[in-house]
Design a protein around this ligand. Sequence first.
Ligand SMILES: [Zn+2]
Length: 677
Amino acid sequence: MKKYKRHLITSALPYANGPIHIGHLAGVYVPSDIYTRYLRMKGEDVISVCGSDEHGVPITLKARKEGVSPQEIVDRYHAINKKAFEDFGIAFDIYSRTSGKVHYETASEFFRTLYDKGEFTEKTSEQYYDEEADCFLADRYITGTCPHCGNENAYGDQCEKCGTSLSPTELINPHSMVSGSKPVLKKTLHWYLPLDKYEPWLKQWILEDHREWKTNVYGQCKSWLDQGLQPRAVSRDLDWGVPVPVEGAKGKVLYVWFDAPIGYISATKELTPYWEKYWKDKDTRMVHFIGKDNIVFHCIIFPSMLKAEGSFILPDNVPANEFLNLENDKISTSRNWAVWLHEYLEEFPGKQDVLRYSLCASAPEAKDNDFTWKDFQARNNNELVAILGNFVHRALVLTNKYYDGRVPERGETDENDEATLNEIAQLRENVETSLEAFRFREALKEAMNLARLGNKYLADAEPWKVITTDPERVKTIMNIALQITANLTIICEPFLPFSMEKLCAMINFREMSWENAGRTDLLAPGHVINKAELLFEKIEDEVITKQVNKLLETKKTNETSSPKAAPAKEMINFDLFSKIDIRTATILEAEKVPKTTKLLKLTIDTGIDVRTIVSGIAEYYEPASIIGRQISIIANLEPRKIKGVESKGMILMAEDNDGKLVMVIPADKVSNGSMIK
Ligand SMILES: [Zn+2]
């Protein structure tokens, strides 16, 4: 690999409309922090930048809902998140924000450079305009009736009922959420970044030159590139954001996806007057830590922007993670299904490292993973307490007991001593190899293997027995145990900074450079250590039960806050009912409808014919898992086109309070086309 002179580490800018939760931490901030701390300990020139992403429609919508200004919303969450990161020991060199002055200037200038170079295309389109409020309406600001399912509360970009993505002009009877009035179409001009122009270059740069990227990242990029890229608007009609710095662009701001990544540049500018060497020198290695939802922005769009600008370097790696679930359910801000960092810090004071440890140990590196409180407890009790804490405690207590806290001389060593001493350097190398490849789970395991090594060494050597028969021998044993302890402070620091700080104080050791890891003479004979204190304490069942109950409470609240059951519909007579032709059928084929998230195209055998039905169930059923399943359908519903596919009939689904769809199926197998009555 190329040898770089310095490193620029960026971590995804958290969106300032809510607090940080464990999903963010496991996906982005814990790994980025471990990596940064490791590089720092190696003595590399490294800076780590982050900040709040403070623009975009979700923030203006939240502000409107609460009756406050967008600035108030972002001030609130910027403060909460900045403090939570600090208290959690995430060692950014700067935590900035995109509503700051430097960012406005930087983003403006970036746009202007591309504009002056002729890198944008311009396009006039018709967009909904609210004449009463005198403003253009973002898609999310328009509601109306869904042309596909009749839902009266569909948004201008999507119907959340049937899952179809919409454009605002498709809505029947649209109205503005700002004033409630009926919007009119008005011409508006926007600037576009022609991503299609960068496609050949991106294919070479990612698919050929960066085959070493993580499989999940590489795969997602390939699929975007295979589908073909389209020009993407970089401006919006909105009054919250960085104004488009061009004459005649009043009321237009930079689209949030364009302005947010420039936030990394502005943050670096705020941090150091030498920011350009981190952004413009080919000897700088830039690494973006992000979650999987950000891959397209950091691998395709932002690099295209940087390429178009011309003077910036490109990321060398983008080690994106998948998602973390909580107790077998998707983490969700709106459903309050999360463990919030600021709450954890209050409820588990002094236990930052326990969360850091358990999130790193079960990080969603290659696929989505699950966080459970039981697992958290087990990681603490069976690993941190029983392995790391236990070893260190024994080494320190015995040294204090036998030698009054003075490191004893190492005498003659036997084969097992030598093997143990050699293993220290080997483990350092293993940790290093894993970290360099962004395999943090594996790195943590190797680091813990050093504590395992120490435990095994003491258990085999049994100094507490040997002390009565061969006190000279015990000096050697304790010397080796203490060298392992000193090595732990270095090798575990990136993962467990708070605990290793404590351990350093306990053994009076401060030479924590990575270079020293693997050495077997870190503590000289005669060096005085302090009394042992507990590094970790057991977490009792009732603490865990309390957290689990808190989540159960949330679940209950979510269930009761949605109405129990909708009121009965208007009475109909039997005649009308008998006109509805409900039948049993079997699914023969199932596939996702391209470019939709919720739709499946199903081929079904109705007993009468074989036909196609489009159904909004993709979030609840994997296509492969439902083939062969018997279902109930309305066979005589008039056909309609959904996303260009003609759907003939409808599958009967029961909709749960939280919107989950479940198939209504015959209790026993019956022949296809059986009447349901
Ligand atoms: Zn709909």
